[in-house]
Design a protein around this ligand. Sequence first.
Ligand code: MN3
Length: 214
Amino acid sequence: MSYKLPDLSYEYDALEPYIDEQTMRTHHDKHHAAYVSNLNNAVAGTELEDVDVTRLLTKLYAVPKNIRGAVRNNGGGHANHSLFWETMSPDGGGEPTGALSDAIKQTYGEFSSFQDSFSKASMSRFGSGWAWLAVKFGGTLVVYTTPNQDSPYSFTGDIPLLGLDLWEHAYYLKYHNLRAQYIENWWHVVDWDVISSRYAEASTRAQSWSGDKD
Ligand code: MN3
């Protein structure tokens, strides 16, 4: 087995006008493809070839030192982008409902306050990286950023629900230096149905970690 570039579940131009077609083509077909290819090269001939990428990142500390850097960057790049494509949709935007909405309101007050926190975190990340909404051990929601392609799975053990790519390759063709504009427009394509499903699954896992048996 080797790692594979996942297909998009929508057309390259489906997220227009918020994310442009040329950016999607280059981002998915070139950048993400390169992470997959470099990851495959890094683990080729090792016992890690068949390990699920999430598990690979969660146990990054156990990856042999000579390939750990390559797995950190390219495994992270593969997992982060796979999540990014899945959590966007031409039918996105709006607000979550149900349990995720309740959890966001419990933590941040209004949904718009959560959006402000997330956007501010995204703006404050210097250079390249990702902004995250993630579920902590025990089930608490948290917003933060990571540098480069570092995954929450590797460095906090949190389960990422939503991730925003803050690398210039994600927005420069359309937005140039205007990261704030990119972030503001990106909310229009965030697919809260997918993120709610991820939250339901993550909550179940977080509950079992914290020892709740009901
Ligand atoms: Mn990217």
